[in-house]
Design a protein around this ligand. Structure first.
Ligand SMILES: Cc1ncc(COP(=O)(O)O)c(C=O)c1O
Length: 347
C-alpha cells in the first residue's frame, strides 16, 4: 500500500529487458550510439515533427537545463507557485540559469489562467533594465495537483506567452498520464498548442532513470549540448538512458502504463467517495488523488502499513495518494478495505 509517489516503484519489465539487451557489447559513448540515434528518429515520428532530443537522467536536470537554454540570467520564468521548478528543485533552475527569477503565480487546481499570466508578464517586465525580463512560461502537465490542462487551456496560455515574446516550457514528468487522460496526440498537447520545449518524463511511469529534453521549435536547442555536458549531465554511457526511453515508447508502453496508473487512481477515488466523513476531492484526471481524511483515519491507515504524504502541510487532513504503472488493484482494495474497517470502528 505504497502511495507515497510514482517513483517508489521498480522498473517496467519491458524496460528492464531493454536495459539488459543494451548491456551487451560496445557502443560509442556520449550519445554517439545507435540507441540515441534511433531515439531521436523515433521521437520525430511520435511528435510528428522535427525535434531535437537530449536524454538526461533526472527531471530536475531536464527542467533546469531546458530553462537555462531559454532564459538569460536577467530573465524571469513565469510558473505556478506550486510548480516543481519553484518548490522542489532546491533552486536548480536559478543556479543553472545564473540567477534568473522564478515568478510563482497562484491558481486553483495547480493551474494558471491566461489573465494571471498576462498580468504577471506585464508586471514583471514593465520597467526594462530595472526589472527582470519575462522570458519563459513554464506549465506542468499533468500538474502537481493531479489536474490536467485541456488543449484549449494550453493554447490560450501559450498565445499570451508568445504574444509577449516568451518561450513555452512544459514540465512533463507525468506527460503520459495527461496524454491518456485527454486522449490526444503528443503533437496536439505540445507544439500544436504552442509548447516550444518539453521535458518528457519516463522515470515515474516505468523507467529506471530516464527523461528527455525535447526541443520542438527549430533552432531553440542552440548550445544545449554544451550546457548538458558542462553541468555533468551528459552520461558517457548514454545508450542506457536512450534504451529506456525507446522501450518506453515501444508498443505504446508509455500510454499503457499511464492508463493503468490513472485507472488505479479512479478506483481509489471511487472507493474513498463511498466512505463516511471522507472528502474524496476532485475526481482524478491523472494518477493522483487528494482526499481529506478525518483525524484517526490517517494514523490508522499508516499503522496498517499504508504510505502516503500529508499534502499540503497547511491543509489539515489533506493527503496525496499517487498510483503508478505498478500499482496493483489488490493494494488499492486492501487500502480501501482498511479505510472502511477503520471508519466502521469509529462510527
Ligand atoms: C512535476 C515534477 N517535475 C519534475 C520532477 C523531477 O523529478 P526528479 O528530479 O526527482 O527526477 C518531479 C518529481 O517529483 C515532478 O513531480
Amino acid at each position: 500500500m505504497n502511495f507515497a509517489s510514482d517513483n517508489v516503484t521498480g522498473v517496467a519489465p519491458e524496460i528492464a529487458q531493454a536495459l539488459t539487451a543494451a548491456a551487451d557489447g560496445t557502443a560509442m559513448p556520449y550519445g554517439n550510439d545507435p540507441w540515441t540515434a534511433k531515439l531521436s528518429k523515433r521521437l520525430c515520428e511520435v511528435f510528428e515533427t522535427e525535434v531535437e532530443v537530449f536524454p538526461v537522467a533526472t527531471g530536475t536536470a531536464a527542467n533546469a537545463l531546458a530553462l537555462w537554454q531559454c532564459v538569460p540570467p536577467f530573465g524571469a520564468v513565469i510558473c505556478h507557485e506550486d510548480s516543481h521548478i519553484n518548490t522542489d528543485e532546491c533552486g536548480a533552475p536559478e543556479m543553472f540559469t545564473g540567477g534568473a527569477k522564478l515568478v510563482g503565480l497562484p491558481g486553483a487546481d495547480g493551474k494558471m489562467s491566461p489573465d494571471a499570466v498576462d498580468a504577471a508578464i506585464r508586471r514583471t517586465g514593465f520597467r526594462p533594465i530595472h526589472r527582470v525580463r519575462p522570458s519563459v512560461l513554464s506549465l506542468t502537465q499533468a500538474t502537481e495537483c493531479g489536474t490536467v490542462y485541456g488543449l484549449d487551456e494550453i493554447a490560450a496560455l501559450a498565445e499570451v506567452a508568445r504574444g509577449h515574446g516568451l518561450t513555452v516550457h512544459m514540465d512533463g514528468a507525468r506527460f503520459a498520464n495527461a496524454l491518456v487522460s485527454l486522449g490526444c496526440s503528443p503533437a496536439d498537447m505540445t507544439w500544436r498548442a504552442g509548447v516550444d520545449v518539453l521535458c518528457l518524463g519516463a522515470t515515474k511511469n516505468g523507467a529506471w532513470a530516464a527523461e528527455a529534453v525535447i526541443f520542438l521549435r527549430p533552432g531553440l536547442a542552440g548550445d544545449f549540448a554544451e550546457r548538458r555536458k558542462r553541468s555533468g549531465h551528459l552520461l558517457s554511457k548514454s545508450r542506457f538512458v536512450s534504451a529506456q526511453v525507446l522501450a518506453y515508447l515501444e508498443d505504446d508502453l508509455w500510454r499503457r502504463n499511464a492508463a493503468h496508473a490513472n485507472a488505479m487512481a479512479r478506483r481509489l477515488a471511487d472507493g474513498l467517495a463511498a466512505l463516511p466523513g471522507v472528502d474524496p476531492g476532485a475526481p482524478p484526471a491523472a494518477n493522483m488523488v487528494f482526499p481529506i481524511l478525518p483525524d484517526g483515519l490517517r494514523e490508522g491507515l499508516r499503522a496498517r502499513g499504508a504510505l502516503f504524504l500529508d499534502w499540503p502541510a497547511e491543509r489539515p487532513g489533506k493527503v496525496r495518494l499517487v498510483t503508478s504503472h505498478a500499482t496493483r488493484a489488490d493494494d488499492v482494495d486492501a487500502f480501501l478495505e482498511a479505510a472502511r474497517a477503520l471508519s466502521d470502528a469509529r462510527a
